[in-house]
Write a protein that binds this ligand. Sequence first.
Ligand SMILES: [Zn+2]
Ligand SMILES: [Zn+2]
Length: 132
Amino acid sequence: MQRRSRQRDAILKVLEMEGVHPTAEDVLLEVRKEIPNVSLGTVYRNLDQLCEAGMIWKVQVEGEPCRYEGNPDRHLHAVCPFCGEIRDVWPSGDPVSRDSLPEEFAEAEYRLLLISPCKKCRRKDLKPAGPT
Ligand SMILES: [Zn+2]
Ligand SMILES: [Zn+2]
């Protein structure tokens, strides 16, 4: 039990950093600096449990591995289709106001993604990769 919560704490510590949206594998690399023998399966299991407990959140981007974050505030995500960079977007005002939702969906979570080349990729004059 002791070991398990140590892993959980290490995972939470990674996700508490501001503005980070690591994949499970990124989390694994960070956690291994502290607990070298931790496995990817353990990381996934802990991430799932933390998601279920509402302590962290999943950011799902189509065609990409899930990202995780520990930021509890309601915000949107902008994703670069070239490099996968994710940035938090803090809308001024509520773009999807609770009043505009049907009553039975009033508890809807924010899962909106804004897709845009990031600053770095815009400079490279890339064409978006089509569906494979
Ligand atoms: Zn980019
Ligand atoms: Zn975020």
